[in-house]
Write a protein that binds this ligand. Structure first.
Ligand code: FES
Ligand code: FES
Length: 156
């Protein structure tokens, strides 16, 4: 039996019909047209699908939609201000971390949540956050450099 749930996405209240077993990535991509969130493994092991829920980075491929009532979701579509990129986006681009780009929405959202919580996050906290993300292209060094540059931009 379907039911309605209401939550906020990128500051806009949304109400959707759910059947009960859906995961958040399905609602975002298929019902709300927010395709910036990427589907990779679908089993919580690659990080491509990360969004931010009530300030925390969450893998949307395994997050049950039933738990969304009243929550605030931020997706990659919600981090820039119009055409002005968020410092995390800007830093990753400048560091050369964006190649095919498939992993990037998840990495941006992970760092966005981390730096909102801890603007001066330690190297170890950044490493721990990035550990949860796979990238087929970069070898990770450029992502690391981008994360450090983002911390610098946010501090300054
Ligand atoms: S698609 Fe969710 S962690 Fe890979
Ligand atoms: S830039 Fe291609 S998977 Fe990361």
């Amino acid at each position: 039996m379907s039911e309605k749930i209401t939550f906020t996405v990128n500051g806009t209240p949304r109400t959707v019909d759910i059947d009960g077993g859906e995961k958040l990535i399905f609602i975002l991509r298929e019902k709300l047209g927010l395709t910036g969130t990427k589907r990779g493994c679908d089993d919580a092991s690659c990080g491509a699908c990360v969004v931010v829920i009530d300030g925390k980075a969450v893998k949307s491929c395994v997050f049950p939609v039933k738990k969304l009532e009243g929550k605030e979701v931020v997706t990659i579509e919600g981090v820039s201000e119009g055409t002005k990129l968020h410092p995390v986006q800007k830093a990753l681009i400048e560091a050369g971390a964006v190649q095919c780009g498939y992993c990037m929405p998840g990495i941006v959202m992970e760092l966005y949540a981390l730096f909102n919580r801890e603007p001066g996050a330690s190297d170890q906290a950044i490493r721990d956050a990035l550990d949860l993300h796979l990238c087929r292209c970069t070898g990770y060094e450029a992502i690391w450099e981008g994360a450090l540059l983002a911390r610098k931009y946010l501090a300054g």
